[in-house]
Design a protein around this ligand. Structure first.
Ligand code: SF4
Length: 81
């Protein structure tokens, strides 16, 4: 009787290659980068494209150069950045 190998966590992190977005902008300036409600900031666009829950994705550092799906963030009251 064989056992299935453990399921590895998804490596999804960025929506596209970092650096393909507007010059000088970072993921920290992007509206797709949101707090997952638990421990980290993830890219909601990457999660949407991969069909994953945002909390199942890898964290996105705020200092990463923006990708081509960059969308300017709209500050919301009480939203830590
Ligand atoms: S720039 Fe925005 S859409 Fe692109 S990886 Fe960063 S957070 Fe995601």
């Amino acid at each position: 009787m064989s056992r299935r190998p453990p399921i590895k966590p998804p490596k999804t992190r960025f929506a596209h290659v970092p650096g393909g977005g507007p010059t000088g902008k970072t993921c920290g300036d992007c509206g797709h980068r949101r707090f997952d409600g638990r421990t980290k900031y993830t890219c909601q666009e990457a999660a949407r494209m991969a069909g994953l829950r945002p909390e199942a994705c890898q964290p996105v550092p705020a200092t990463t150069d923006a990708c081509k799906y960059f969308t300017p963030a709209t500050p919301r009251p009480g939203d830590p950045r």
